[in-house]
Design a protein around this ligand. Structure first.
Ligand code: MG
Length: 401
């Protein structure tokens, strides 16, 4: 997205935090508290949306004095009674945005999965900037989300560490015309050095044991399969308006360099910081200004080597599939994302092996006719059909094939 362009809506300093009880949400609250004690911009959180962790949501709302609250899980809503204006159910976050958001507010999109799409669109339509941590929103619905942002004079500011790195490096040149390529770094996850048969047979516990980042279960499993990097390549395509031929990934186990931008004259910019999400969250709040950090700094005295390795596409086939999804366009991103969400949940539930995650995604794509996306309804239709197809591929008759 345009990083220097004019904004039609001056920032209000109000934040609607969607996905407040997840790891990004909790870190966002820490950053907002930290900024309150600094010179520079400060923020007030005015709305909170969570999935099912009602106890944590209640504690957050009381501590922050927030009276507009959404919870997706209806069975947990009773725990929030008496707090203020409560929205409950599948569309709770969407209703929250519709009733609370004003032009110039900042909406933090940190929900997990395709559930983030509708609230993001609603926020952009209201002239709110969206700081986006939910990569599935752009993967599935980029062709609707980006034009909606442009039409409403709203910015999408990436929180994902790689895209935040690129966003920061892009202050060194014009995007897309001066960009040769973007290189996203990947930690390689817990299976970076494992052979292909061992990866296929990996357990849930092994897949959840990420070497550098502490994240929720969905994104941690995605990191182990490198599906996370695959989703991020598609996300980068939408955010920075570049074709698949100018998007790459490289394995960088230390997670210190968060991505590279190579300009047409051969100059390469990188953004470095310790693997802590408070840094990209804080930049999303203060950009293009900077405030003193609450996240750790690099200690150059104890700094070892920075290592880079090519991606092994035989062991981690998700990335090539993602580049094909970018080329296919249309509903391919929605299908890719939906099949992955179903397969990851099935793996976490013990229904399929680790190797079957990417197999399920690839076979769902193979068996689906990719269609044009004209509207959000088209996205949701492609999403629900792909979920159904992916589920049918998980049934015992198909398992292990
Ligand atoms: Mg990332």
């Amino acid at each position: 997205m345009d990083i220097s362009g004019s904004k039609e809506h001056p920032r209000t300093g109000r934040i609607l935090l969607l996905g407040s009880t997840g790891s990004i949400g909790v870190n966002t609250i820490e950053v907002v508290r930290h900024l309150a004690g600094q010179d520079g911009p400060t923020f007030e959180i005015v709305a909170l949306a969570g999935g099912r962790r009602a106890t944590e949501l209640r504690v957050q709302a009381e501590a922050l004095g927030v009276r507009d609250i959404a919870i997706a899980d209806e069975s947990r809503a009773g725990e929030l009674e008496g707090l203020g204006r409560l929205h409950v159910g599948e569309d709770a976050a969407l209703e929250l945005v519709r009733s609370v958001a004003r032009p110039g507010d900042l909406v933090i999109g940190a929900m997990v999965g395709a559930a983030g799409i509708a609230p993001t669109i609603a926020a952009l339509e209201r002239g709110c900037d969206v700081a986006l941590a939910n990569k599935e929103t752009l993967v599935a619905a980029g062709s609707v989300v980006i034009p909606t942002a442009r039409r409403n004079g709203a910015r999408i500011i990436p929180i994902d560490s790689e895209h935040s790195a690129i966003y920061q490096c892009l202050r060194g040149g014009r995007c897309p015309e001066e960009i040769e390529r973007l290189v996203l770094t990947a930690s390689g996850g817990p299976f970076r050095t494992w052979d292909i048969e061992r990866i296929k047979a990996a357990t849930v516990e092994q897949a959840l044991d990420h070497p550098t980042w502490s994240m929720g279960p969905k994104v941690t499993i995605d990191s182990a399969s490198m599906m996370n990097k695959a989703l991020e390549l598609i996300e980068a395509h939408w955010l920075f308006d570049l074709p698949s031929s100018r998007l790459e990934a490289v394995v960088h186990p230390q997670s210190i360099v968060h991505s590279f931008v190579e300009f047409v004259d051969g100059s390469v910019f990188a953004q470095l910081s310790p693997p802590d999400m408070k840094m990209p969250i804080q930049y999303a709040l203060t950009a293009p200004a900077r405030s003193t950090a609450c996240s750790p700094r690099i200690d150059w005295t104890s700094f070892g080597d920075l290592k880079f390795e090519p991606v092994d596409h035989d062991r981690f086939p998700a990335l090539r599939t993602a580049l094909g999804v970018i080329d296919a366009g249309g509903s391919a991103g929605a299908v890719f994302n939906a099949a992955n969400e179903i397969a990851v949940q099935a793996f976490l539930d013990g229904a399929i092996g680790f190797g079957q995650i990417i197999e399920t995604v690839r076979r769902t794509l193979e068996q689906t006719t990719i269609t044009q996306i004209e509207s959000l309804e088209d996205v949701f239709l492609a999403d629900s059909e792909a979920r159904e197809r992916a589920r049918s591929l998980l049934t015992p008759g198909h398992a292990g094939t």
